[in-house]
Design a protein around this ligand. Structure first.
Ligand SMILES: [Zn+2]
Length: 418
């Protein structure tokens, strides 16, 4: 077809050249009208659309594949055709306003040669009806690009993110990542955030959503909360802070670096001081007087004070479910008060024997849904930390991301001041 046209085109040009010799103007005009320019190929889904009459349509309400085929001649029976198509297009895939193409034989609007259905932004189903039924799926190539956004919290986190074109899935992802460190319901208007993420695109500019969050920084009440993604050998993404500590590794095994358990959680324990059976709702970790006591997880101090039994104690709320409490401290770390944030591993006080205690130890109380439970019996996320080598590699990897996040937050702060 194309070749024939090209020959005709060349011939026509020759005719024009020869006709130039002619002095009669109207003859020239007539010949020019005869020129046939070769139809350029319009390749889509590996089909030259120029070879067909193309009708671009949208699925209408109440329309089914069956009613759609009714208007055309097809090589096989409708049932055979529909059966084959049903392997690729299920009734639930047929959505109102989804695009489809009907390609009919040139000049024969009844002869359906291709039915092409746009299943979603990525996938098309191509039904070839020239002879029998041949069906294939065509997927647009997906390009992944790194994107960054930053801003102030204005209203809720989801509102802020949707203003930036991000969906609810991102909010879910964020609250999952920061489950142990930030209460997203308590975000303040002055809080700032910056995020680096991979976004998936088709046709270079049409976003089909986030691939995964690579790095995040929240500045909440003036404190920085970083999260950096790390893919393990199996391709699972886990998040770590800027020091290479896992965000989800919820609790340290103990509130002391070196310890000896002197008394476990025991509901029928004989109390050594009171000389009677009294449930022991904590775990006692014996250590020399003055040994630093560590917060076992990130959280906010909800209580700090002195009790006759507890001595000097601190209680930390980690999230909606868990709190921990540390008793008999000789003293508190300076500067801590109710409302202070503490990170996992931060020193909060020092071992002592204030309150009802026979010797220096920390009585570690573990609260789950406002009830004291045995932390050693909880099925808590407790993963192996990164090895020294892994941490080294990871910290090197996140360096440029951290610089970007910090820069973005600075930009946001600059905007706020002006
Ligand atoms: Zn105790």
């Amino acid at each position: 077809m194309i070749e024939k046209k090209s020959i005709l085109f060349v011939l026509s040009i020759l005719m024009i050249i020869s006709s130039c010799k002619s002095t009669k103007k109207e003859e020239q005009v007539r010949i020019i009208q005869d020129i046939q320019i070769p139809t350029p190929k319009i390749m889509k889904f590996g089909i030259n659309f120029a070879d067909y009459d193309v009708h671009e349509k949208k699925i209408k309400k109440g329309q089914s594949l069956s009613t759609l085929l009714d208007s055309y001649q097809i090589p096989l029976t409708k049932k055979e055709t529909l059966d084959s198509i049903s392997n690729y297009i299920k009734p639930r895939d047929l959505k109102i306003r989804n695009d489809y193409y009907i390609l009919t034989q040139k000049g024969n609007p009844k002869a359906l040669e291709y039915f092409i259905y746009k299943k979603d932004l990525v996938e098309y189903i191509i039904v070839d009806l020239k002879e029998g039924v041949k069906i294939r799926s065509y997927k647009k190539p997906i390009v992944i690009r790194e994107e960054m956004i930053g801003g102030n919290i204005t209203g809720s986190l989801s509102k802020t993110l949707s203003k930036n074109g991000l969906g609810r899935d991102v909010v879910g992802e964020l609250s999952n990542i920061y489950k142990w460190s930030i209460n997203f319901f308590k975000l303040k208007r002055e809080d700032e955030f910056a995020m680096i993420y991979d976004e998936r695109f088709v046709e270079d500019s049409v976003s089909i959503g986030m691939d995964y969050l690579k790095a995040v920084k929240f500045k909440h009440k003036g404190k920085d909360f970083y999260a950096f993604a790390r893919k393990d050998d199996k391709g699972n993404v886990e998040y770590f802070n800027e020091k290479g500590n896992q965000l989800k590794a919820m609790f340290l095994k103990a509130p002391l670096k070196f310890f000896r358990i002197s008394s476990k959680y025991n509901l029928k324990r004989f109390h050594p001081v009171q000389k009677r059976v009294k449930p022991h709702l904590g775990t006692d970790y014996a250590a020399p007087h003055g040994t630093p006591i560590l917060a076992t997880a990130n959280g906010v101090i909800t209580r700090k004070g002195y009790g006759r039994g507890n001595g000097n104690f601190i209680k930390i709320k980690h999230n909606g479910t868990y709190s921990t409490q540390y008793l008999h401290m000789s003293r508190f770390r300076k500067g801590l008060k109710v409302g202070s944030y503490v990170n996992q591993g931060d020193v909060i006080g020092y071992v002592g024997s204030t309150g009802l205690a026979t010797g220096p130890h920390v009585c570690y109380r573990f609260w789950k849904n406002n009830k004291q439970v045995d932390p050693l019996k909880q099925n808590l996320p407790n993963r192996d930390p990164l090895t020294k080598k892994q941490k080294e590699v990871f910290l090197k990897e996140i360096k440029p991301l951290k610089v970007k996040l910090d820069g973005e937050i600075e930009k946001v702060e600059g905007k706020k001041e002006s």
